[in-house]
Design a protein around this ligand. Sequence first.
Ligand code: GLV
Ligand code: MN
Ligand code: MN
Length: 358
Amino acid sequence: MAVRVDAAGNLVGRLPGSDPDAGTLLLGSHLDTVRDAGAFDGPLGVIAAIECVARLRAQEVSLPFSVDVLGFSDEEGLRFGTAYLGSRAVAGTLDPATLALADADGVTVREALAAFGAGPEPAARRGEQLLGYVELHIEQGPVLEQRGTPVGVVTAIAGATRAEVTFIGRAGHAGTVPMELRRDAACALAELVLAVEQTGRAEPGLVATVGRLAVLPGAPNVIPGSATGSLDVRHADDAVRASAVARLREHAGTIAAARGLELAWEQRMATAAVATDPQLTALLAEAVAARRLPDIRLASGAGHDAVALSDLTGVTMLFVRCAGGVSHRPDEAVDPADVAVALDVLDGFLRRLAESRR
Ligand code: GLV
Ligand code: MN
Ligand code: MN
């Protein structure tokens, strides 16, 4: 493949098709990880796409359309609090204001891209003739293991909202300021964290998480002057998610008012639930059936680059069984035999897509 790094830090490899007018199929996933992660969430989809291309080359199969393998730069959104940076750039939906977001050390997205050595080539693929985007990914849940089958076809991906919530109070001496005179920001955040849990529990299918807490100035003998929590809320129904986020925001305001604090609520991301493309998904399901495997369809609670790419082109996804449904942990694992099956399915999909376009 001809390989380049685009302006958003995505790694792109291109296998040209035999017909220059047949368009391009995008394959891939992300190269970044969460903190203390496993090895497969993201990279498996990139390696699998490269392996598919290698198989085509080894068998001297030439597809009419070009295949671009994409290794997306920042899907997880840990550093800047907003996910799908690389794939949104490719979709042409990255708000330029995002480039000014800063990480915990004050480094902006723009500065991080320059330091990384992102190329001059624009990431956006708008206006190109694209056949779709296909992502192979570990399931990150227990369904395929329970069903005793190596792969499943994704029908939809849940929507997600992320926000940074900061309570601002007044720092002070932990030994001298009486309790009734304090404006302790960490206590307000603690109340909100429990409200987030309750909100998630109260609604079937809703998940709500505060995964990161930061208390300043962060000393045992100083009353916290400010406290920030990350918020992540997801549901397959966008209205349910929006209403939960609105209730939490209102509740945070009530907590702040009762304690005499200021509240800063900064929404960092909101993505709607996404349905996979019916035609691409049917071809993928045919490739699964051709391998004599059960037709398992499942919705994804995790987010994927396919969410961002769905603004650009039709998307579909193949899930691979993972041990114990474990993900975002170092003990994430897949069986190589399952990966071999998934590669066969992806290969079958590519050949079917080529057939359908002849
Ligand atoms: C990505 O792993 C996400 O769902 O947050
Ligand atoms: Mn992940
Ligand atoms: Mn992932």
